[in-house]
Design a protein around this ligand. Structure first.
Ligand code: PAZ
Length: 418
């Protein structure tokens, strides 16, 4: 990507509100750890959103609860890294993840009354909770964990660029570990509606019939006309967009793009209903959204933003037959250091490490009893989910393996500069 393309993207897509504050936090975090000779990982986690309106009511989301990222962060801390955790707001975060997002019940279920008017952890979870709390407190008290949130694809890219550029003082001791699920497509600002996209012509109808329209009504109508114009543009292009293509993302991750979009209805501009009532909704048309591709920033990241650090990206696919091919393709295209491939269905059981000059390496959680047979390995690689729950967290294997590759990266750099 040319510098101009990068400049255009970043000058036309506004930065997140707290970018300057985040940059200052990250700068002092990185400088402190660089001075202490510690390794720092910038870890991305969770999914980015693609807003459809400036005052956002609707957005397209990417699949990811942030489990991989939050779990990896804990193992990186255990492995001696300081961690900048760039994550989707309200997705899983290290340590709290053990209690925060229960699918049944609530975190309050982990507590019980202590009989003296207070509360304490339930006796069956107390031991684990005190270990988790101790690890969390150590990370917090020793300033080893900095958490920075993002929501949209634009926020994510601005934050990633700004923070990775600060990693220079770390030299090869910096690591980028890109596990976030990043959108491949977005609505550019000049085509984005200001207000909530309307699903009926009720507002236009009000405009048509209003005898005394206030200035605020006019504003509303204008804005809604804008929306309709936007949508007309989209309809004119008559292009169906499916953002779940697995086409590879490469924006600070190797997205197999896990974006989903939900369909909404909007009336065609030329349809003006004589009477607005419930039937107008039934007569409304589907909304066609025209998205632009997000520029591919991974090469820029490798060459310009964090040139000395090691860069590891994830590649998510759902089709087993293309996973390794796509991982290799991305490595060849972006010339970074490691792609970790995983399939949606089996991502908690196995991943494949694809790195230059090395054999592909599959990491798999051990079986409860015995070894994986060849047939079982073939089933896993074909995306079949085993019946049993994984025996352990796969990140307990992934992070030490990443650390080994990072050791080699640091050594190579030392030899080059010796
Ligand atoms: O958050 P999670 O643990 O459910 O999922 C993790 C993941 C599959 C999003 C991650 O491992 C990954 O592959 N990230 C890159 C996603 C992508 O290629 O878009």
């Amino acid at each position: 990507m040319s510098a101009t393309e990068e400049d255009v993207y970043f000058s036309t897509n506004p930065p997140p509100r707290n970018l300057d504050a985040h940059v200052e936090q990250a700068r002092s975090f990185i400088d402190a750890h660089a001075a202490a000779g510690r390794r720092v990982v910038l870890l991305t986690s969770g999914g980015t959103t693609v807003p459809l309106e400036r005052q956002t009511v609707r957005f397209i989301d990417n699949f990811s609860a942030g489990t991989r990222g939050a779990t990896s962060a804990e193992y990186f801390l255990e492995a001696g890294y300081a961690v900048i955790f760039l994550h989707r707001e309200f997705s899983l975060v290290p340590y709290a993840r053990h209690y925060s997002h229960a699918t049944t019940g609530s975190f309050l279920d982990f507590l019980e009354a202590d009989g003296r008017g207070g509360v304490r952890p339930r006796s069956d979870v107390r031991d684990k909770m005190s270990m988790v709390l101790a690890a969390y407190r150590r990370a917090r008290d020793e300033n080893l964990l900095l958490t920075i949130p993002f929501v949209t694809i634009g926020d994510y890219l601005h934050e990633l660029r700004a923070i990775s550029r600060l990693m220079a003082p770390l030299g090869p001791r910096g690591l980028l570990y890109l596990a976030a699920a990043v959108s491949d497509f977005f609505v550019p600002p000049d085509r984005m509606a200001e207000h909530k996209i309307q699903s009926t012509d009720a507002v236009k109808h009000r405009k048509k019939n209003s005898t005394t329209s206030s200035s605020s009504n006019n504003n509303n109508n204008n804005n809604n006309n804008n929306n309709n114009n936007n949508n007309n543009n989209n309809n004119n292009k008559n292009k169906e967009v499916n953002d779940a293509s697995g086409s590879g993302n490469d924006n600070g991750n190797e997205s197999g793009d896990s974006t989903t979009s939900s369909s909404r209805s909007i009336s065609k501009e030329e349809e003006v209903f004589d009477n607005f009532d419930a039937t107008s909704a039934a007569r409304s048309k589907s909304l066609v959204i025209d998205l632009d591709p997000v520029p591919k920033f991974l090469k820029t990241l490798v060459d310009g933003w964090a040139p000395e650090g090691m860069i590891a990206s994830y590649k998510l696919e759902t089709d087993p037959s293309i996973l390794v091919h796509k991982a290799r393709h991305s490595l060849a295209r972006y010339q970074h250091h490691l792609v970790i491939g995983n399939l949606l269905a089996t991502r908690k059981w196995e991943v494949v490490f694809v790195s230059p000059g090395r054999e592909d390496r599959w990491l798999r959680v051990p079986k409860r009893r015995g070894e994986w047979s060849d047939d079982e390995v073939r089933s896993l690689q074909a995306g079949e989910v085993p019946r049993e729950e994984p025996l352990m967290e796969l990140e307990a294997l992934i992070i030490p393996a990443v650390r080994d590759l990072h050791d080699a990266h640091i050594q190579q750099n030392q030899q080059k500069t010796a």
